[in-house]
Design a protein around this ligand. Structure first.
Ligand code: PEP
Ligand code: MN
Length: 352
């Protein structure tokens, strides 16, 4: 793919490229007040959802085209570039005729090739940067397919946004990062800028800083962060939004490493280790969830928690696999004894 950098006039190509703003434009006052605070703190590209795809009906579905006038005021009064999400050809036409500078395609839309194609057709012959969020499901080909549809419409300033993947288990993250997927995207399309959305991955404002740092460590090009002048009162995604002040602080604490440093290969290997540790934890959490389901079943059917035979079977079965995998039997046993102990603890909680 013959891609071009996002290149908005006057914006340096430094990492991280930062896009910030509220999940949704709610009122003219909230849109303007958040924008001014962000511009004062050096943010150059503003985001605000005008049309909101909500998982369930009844949530705030966005103010619609009226909000585009507010974004015009943001441009005029702060000099920031403005961006919004488009999900239909009509959104594209309305955004373009109201001087929106950058468009993004949301995760629910990029999962649907019909919708992406409709957007691509509406973009034919237009020159505007378009960011494509990963589809809600962890399917790299579907993500690349959406990117190709936009590329085939003639758009060259394309970026990807990694916003995590839906899962039933929302223990730590709102959307599981599965970092290996955006890393594989980087391998397949090395010229494609990849931006991380720590707000939708984390779902909680405390997670924005660590996820942003991890994205920087993994070599992401930018961040898109939800920021609101009064986060607790936000009409959508309140728990994950931060004030412009907090955002400024988070950005100031980020360590952005020079990718060309000599220790880069060591750093890369360590990142791989971190990624595997992350997966181990996710797997353990998922295993405990199943264990808790078993606990409920045992409670309902009045079965004792400790089933020695089953425990023994698991230990023997896994220990037998150790040698062929190049692992010591003792190591495997230690791990499964510990896992079993933790499982029993979870089941005891349920019995209480
Ligand atoms: C958003 O950016 O506010 C949004 C709806 O995100 P996503 O498409 O990632 O769910
Ligand atoms: Mn949001």
């Amino acid at each position: 793919m013959d891609l071009q950098p996002i290149n908005l006039n006057g914006i340096a190509n430094d990492r991280p490229l930062l896009i910030a703003g509220p999940c949704s434009a709610e009122t003219e006052e909230q849109t303007l007040c958040t924008a001014k605070q962000l511009a004062d703190r050096g943010v150059k590209i503003y985001r605000a959802g005008i049309w909101k795809p909500r998982t369930k009906p009844g949530g705030f579905e966005g103010v619609g085209a009226e909000g585009l006038q507010w974004l015009k005021r943001v441009k005029a009064e702060t000099g920031m570039y403005v961006s919004t999400e488009v999900a239909t050809a009509k959104h594209v036409r309305e955004a373009l005729s109201n001087d929106i500078d950058l468009l993004w395609i949301g995760a629910r839309t990029s999962a649907n090739p019909f919708a992406v194609q409709e957007i691509a057709d509406a973009l034919e012959g237009v020159d505007i940067p378009v960011l494509i969020k990963n589809p809600v499901n962890p399917d790299l080909d579907l993500w690349i397919g959406a990117i190709e549809r936009i590329y085939n419409a003639g758009i060259r300033r394309i970026g990807a946004i990694h916003r995590g993947f839906s899962s039933f288990d929302k223990k730590i993250y709102r959307n599981l990062p599965h970092w290996h997927i955006p890393m594989e995207l980087r391998r397949r399309l090395p010229n494609l800028p990849i931006i991380c959305d720590p707000s939708h991955i984390g779902g909680r404002r405390e997670l924005i800083a660590p996820i942003s740092q991890q994205a920087m460590d993994l070599g992401f090009d930018g961040l898109i962060v939800e920021s609101h002048c009064n986060p607790d009162k936000a009409w959508s995604d309140a728990a994950q939004q931060v004030t412009p002040d907090v955002l400024e602080y988070i950005i100031s604490t980020l360590v952005v490493r020079d990718e060309k440093q000599s220790t880069e290969s060591l750093a890369q290997l360590r990142r791989q280790i971190d990624e595997h540790d992350e997966k181990l934890l996710e797997t353990l959490v998922a295993r405990m969830r199943v264990s808790e389901e078993i606990g409920k079943y045992k409670k309902e059917h009045n079965i004792a928690i400790l089933q020695t035979e089953r425990y023994d079977e698991i230990l023997q079965k896994q220990a037998a696999k150790a040698a062929p995998l190049g692992l010591s039997e003792d190591f495997i046993k230690t791990i499964f004894v510990a896992i079993h102990e933790e499982s029993v603890r979870h089941q005891l909680e349920i019995m209480k």
